[in-house]
Design a protein. Structure first.
Ligand SMILES: *Cc1c(COP(=O)(O)O)cnc(C)c1O
Length: 214
């Protein structure tokens, strides 16, 4: 398993260099959702420290005992009634996708005196079934989040499964650039090298690293 880990890291570095970027420009977010612990442990032992999870309760169950060893990122949809736990538990929330959630997170940040770094999820393909702010509303939403003193770090997207992802990755980069955001979370198992060519600063890789989810 750690051979797979090494090969993913090698591919990430090679893709960064091929794009004229520093070899260490891209952070691997290892997506551990729904994976058995015996798939995760070797990757943790090999030195991986940044993990992505889709659900608050599942993440707390998997990581509570090892919380101080890792950086944890919530990459799945966040219900408002889980915002308290999410603010308390995660280092990064990548799925800020609507005004109500922005307001609830702002209240929790105030109440807890703790603020995860935040990414706004953009629905670059404007797919009705997918979460995220539509590209045309992104600038206004980012301004709103900033007016609530939320610590925005970047943008995240999940392109439509049936399309060339590159135009979606480039669109995310354009929205980030014109809003002064430096981080781009984009690219998964099947397209992370394309995302790195388009400027990804972190890639979220699950099945290519840990195997198919059960
Ligand atoms: C599950 C998931 C991933 C990982 O997908 P793989 O194709 O297994 O690499 C990445 N990002 C998000 C938002 C996910 O939900």
């Amino acid at each position: 398993m750690s051979d797979v880990y090494t090969s993913i890291l090698t591919r990430i570095r090679a893709a960064a260099l091929a794009a004229g970027r520093p070899a260490d420009a891209v952070t691997l977010v290892a997506v551990s959702k729904l994976q058995p612990w015996d798939h995760i442990a070797p990757v943790l032992d090999a030195g991986q420290r940044v993990f992505g999870e889709n659900r608050v309760q599942e993440a707390m169950g998997r990581w509570s005992e090892r919380r101080s060893e890792v950086e944890l990122r919530l990459i799945g949809p966040l219900q408002s009634n889980k915002a308290r736990d999410a603010v308390a538990f995660f280092d990064v929330i990548e799925s800020l996708d609507r005004e109500k959630l922005a307001r609830v997170l702002a209240d929790e940040v105030q109440a807890q005196g703790r603020a995860p770094r935040l990414f706004v999820q953009i629905n670059t393909g404007e797919e009705p079934q997918k979460a995220g702010v539509s590209p045309g509303q992104a600038d206004g939403f980012i301004a709103l989040a900033r007016s609530l003193d939320l610590p925005l770090e970047g943008l995240m997207c999940i392109p439509p499964a049936d399309q060339d992802p590159a135009p979606h990755f480039r669109l995310l980069g354009e929205i980030a650039a014109r809003n002064g955001l430096s981080k781009l979370s984009m690219g998964m198992s099947d397209d992370f090298e394309t995302a790195i060519a388009c400027g990804a600063t972190s890639v979220r890789v699950g099945s290519a690293l840990f195997g198919a989810r059960t």
